[in-house]
Ligand binder design. Structure first.
Ligand code: F6P
Length: 575
């Protein structure tokens, strides 16, 4: 058990000060920028390659000072140090929380804790690098064509079967790093137990060149195991139909050996499924599912982008880990962003937080962050079992810009709710296309389209911050009756994150940034951000309800009246 008892944040003087400031708080970003030329410079920070401008937030030096005091009062640095050293800060599962160990460089130089540190009897660095080496060797074999399917053909498609952290991380990073994927290789991702998912993802595949990776920490997740069985059945049926294998148990088992590998902490269950443990990549109970993309759970992506790019990806994480560990709190980007989220959700009563990547390849980043943030910090009890003393967890959501602009930005600009938003962009696109023709008006021939895209990025945060006053609207000759509808209040907070390019390292840095934001908020709220008991009840009930859905009268009778009626209606409609 951790020796860190949670400090009730609401009992601190900093909390009272912040509550006092929040009362009657009347932010004025126009005024703040006009009277303080140093504002942008003072509130812009660097973490690795990420330039992070916090100046368009509803932040003053006074608020910042109190937020930083709050971080000290709850000892964010101390708890981070406990985490990276392997203390069991995941108290409800009595586990260490060591995702930061997954990206410690192999050379071990200057590491804290020192290279070769032991947790629960295991040499963490040795275990991590042994597994990484195994994953790299496997990836090289698939990429070179040395790993062949049952008929001797090289693999062209890797299908990752997993859900939650065993899906969202791999699919998000695969999409983010598409330009790094080896030509001729493709990954697909099956997650939903809706049979449509496995059907669609296998529909036009050649079984002889397809490799399935069953990714499940527990190897007990209903969705993943069901999908894995469906995929195995598909493989056998296809290979039998084309005559590629004989109709024997031995041929079936050979096919599984050549076309299935697994990633799991439960290697016994992997073997029971029929996958050779030699073809399984392990990880450890100290890696939470939503923190596992940089473990063997990322194997599909390692195959796609190759070990060298994966090493760069891991080094990106490590850069931000080191920033989190060493940067003073007042320059510590994850801490500052976590504190701002606390300011908005606990004091200014924001309910949700938008993440708006201006990078098409990051289109799954908001979905990834939903699990990372909400499964981690959606908690009502603290790590000592007592009730939380304040609201926890924000609702994270988002879509890539500029699509979001034409969908939900209206509400962010003019709605009644406060929605802090993170804008994320890169300076150099993977595809620097030009609009050679232009439109003869606003868009010049030869216009760099990424420039246009970025103009939107800059314009949106400007509009949100500074708005448009009624006087400005009137000055345009607008009819008085629509002046209110065409005015913008401004003071809508945003953070701008700018990186040089969407490289493997930058993607790793972005993920680590949000991991540590989650950590900072969880520590302030005194919650265990690393368990997820809230998903268990639904899982148990699904198993309990399943016989009723299958027509078992007794099981149906045992349901509550609403569920009974719904299942009966479903059975009536189902033909
Ligand atoms: O949804 C709960 C959860 O346990 C997640 O935390 C996890 O990422 C997901 O299920 C998948 O679990 P597993 O990797 O064990 O199949």
């Amino acid at each position: 058990m951790t020796e860190f008892a949670p400090v009730d944040p609401t009992s601190t003087d900093a909390w009272s000060q912040l509550a006092g400031i929040a009362e009657g708080f009347s932010p004025d970003l126009r005024e703040w920028f006009a009277t303080d030329p140093g504002r942008a410079g003072r509130y812009t920070f660097q973490a690795g390659d990420l330039t992070v401008d916090l100046s368009k937030n509803l932040l003053t030096d006074e608020i910042l000072a109190q937020l930083l005091q709050l971080a000290q009062d709850v000892d964010v640095p101390g708890r981070f140090s406990a985490m990276i050293s392997g203390e069991h800060i995941n108290v409800t599962e009595d586990r260490a929380v060591l995702h930061t160990a997954l990206r410690r460089p192999k050379d071990g130089v200057g590491l804290v804790p020192p290279a070769g540190f032991v947790v629960d009897g295991a040499d963490i660095d040795a275990d991590v690098h042994a597994t990484l080496d195994k994953v790299y060797a496997f990836a090289d074999k698939v990429r070179s064509g040395a790993w062949t399917g049952i008929t001797g053909k090289a693999i062209k498609t890797v299908v990752n079967i997993g859900i939650g952290g065993s899906d969202l991380g791999p699919v998000m990073v695969y999409e983010a790093l598409k330009p790094y994927v080896q030509a001729g290789l493709e990954c697909r991702f099956v997650s939903n137990i809706d049979p449509t998912d496995v059907y669609e993802k296998t529909a036009n595949l050649d079984p002889e060149t397809t490799l399935f990776i069953v990714a499940s920490k527990t190897f007990g997740t209903l969705e993943t195991l069901t999908n894995a069985r469906l995929a195995r059945e598909w493989l056998w049926n296809q290979l039998l139909a084309s005559g590629a294998i004989a109709d024997t148990d031995a041929a079936r088992s050979d096919a599984v050996a050549k076309h299935f590998v697994a990633v799991s902490t439960a290697l016994d269950k992997v073997a029971a499924f029929g996958i050779d443990p030699e073809n399984a990549f392990g990880f450890w109970d100290w890696v939470g599912g939503r923190f596992s993309i940089d473990s063997a759970i990322g194997t599909s992506v390692v195959v796609a982008i190759g070990p060298d790019n994966w090493r760069a990806f891991l080094s990106g994480f490590h850069t931000v880990d080191e920033h989190m560990r060493t940067a003073p709190l007042e320059q510590n980007v994850p801490v500052l962003m976590g504190l701002l989220n606390v300011w908005y959700s606990n004091f200014l009563k924001a309910q949700s937080h938008a993440v708006l990547p201006y990078a098409q390849y990051l289109h799954r980043f908001p979905a990834y962050l939903q699990q990372l943030t909400m499964e981690s910090n959606g908690k009502s009890v603290r790590w000592d079992g007592t009730p939380v003393t304040t609201d926890t967890g924000e609702i994270f959501w988002g879509e890539p810009g500029t699509n979001g602009q034409h969908a939900f930005y209206q509400l962010i600009h003019q709605g009644t709710r406060l929605i802090p938003a993170d804008f994320i962009a890169v300076a150099n696109p993977a595809h620097p296309l030009k609009d050679e023709t232009g439109d003869g008006a606003a868009v010049e021939p030869g216009q760099d389209v990424h420039g246009l895209f970025m103009a939107n990025f800059f314009a949106q945060t400007k509009a949100l911050a500074f708005g448009k006053t009624a006087a400005e609207v009137r000055a345009e000759g607008t009819d008085e009756s629509v002046v209110p509808a065409r005015s913008f209040s401004g003071n809508r907070p945003t953070t701008s994150i700018l990186a040089p390019a969407l490289t493997p390292s930058v993607v790793g840095q972005l993920i680590a940034l949000y991991e540590h934001i989650v950590f900072t908020e969880g520590t302030i709220w005194g919650i265990d951000s690393f368990d997820q008991w809230g998903v268990e009840l639904g899982k148990q009930l699904a198993l309990q309800v399943a016989p009723a859905v299958d027509g078992d009268a007794d099981a149906l009778a045992a349901q509550d009246s609403s569920t009974k009626a719904l299942i009966s209606k479903y059975l009536e409609l189902r033909n």
